[in-house]
Design a binder for this molecule. Structure first.
Ligand SMILES: [Zn+2]
Length: 197
């Protein structure tokens, strides 16, 4: 409100729009400057069209307060705004996985790791065999990463077969990267989650 022209809240929010600027702070250490929510990892910048004030906020506040989100000059519905912000977040998560894989490939002279990086850049997923080596080496090298951002490819029959034949101890390395339905597939194949999950 103090940064807006209008004197009622709903009117004030109409003055604001998303600027398309986003920042990944790598860890959930930031604050939403609209509602004060802490432990935010991603910041989205909004701007007041009259006062030119800018604020870094969480995507939740853009949606909650109906801050305008545009695409090709068109203001999006709340539903489409959510889709767009989700897509931007997903892109930041993909980029963060690629950065982790790049750091790992640099840390070790290992052809499997450079192939895994290339595969991820192309397919945005890891095969189960790559996943085991990548997660094992990420933790051995202390490379910061969020396992749940990684995606595993189980679509092909070959990858489900690889998963079936893999020792259970290896599957546990990338358990947290599996989706709920992929975990079910792993359980059906006789695998089990690591003790801390
Ligand atoms: Zn907020």
């Amino acid at each position: 409100m103090p940064l807006s022209v209008a004197d009622t809240l709903p009117e004030a929010f109409k003055e604001w729009s998303f600027t398309e600027e986003i920042v990944d702070h790598e860890e959930a250490i930031e604050t939403c400057y609209l509602c004060g929510q802490e432990n935010i990892r991603y910041h989205f910048k909004i701007k007041n069209q009259y006062t030119n004030h800018k604020l870094w906020v969480g995507s939740h506040c853009i949606l909650r307060f109906d801050v305008a989100v545009f695409d090709d000059g068109q203001q999006l519905s709340v539903e489409d705004a959510k889709k767009k912000l989700d897509k931007l977040t997903e892109k930041m998560q993909l980029d963060s996985c690629i950065r982790a894989l790049q750091r790992l490939a640099k840390a070790e002279d290992n052809v499997i790791l450079t192939s895994a990086l290339e595969y991820y850049q192309k397919n945005k997923k890891l095969t189960p065999k790559f996943a085991f080596v990548v997660f094992w080496r990420l933790s051995e090298n202390g490379v910061a990463h969020n396992p749940s951002f990684f995606k595993i490819n189980l679509r092909k029959k070959k990858y489900r077969k690889d998963l079936a034949e893999m020792p259970a101890s290896r599957v546990r390395y990338f358990w947290s990267a599996l989706t709920t339905s992929q975990r079910q597939i792993a359980l059906d194949l006789g695998h089990s989650p690591p003790p801390n999950i």
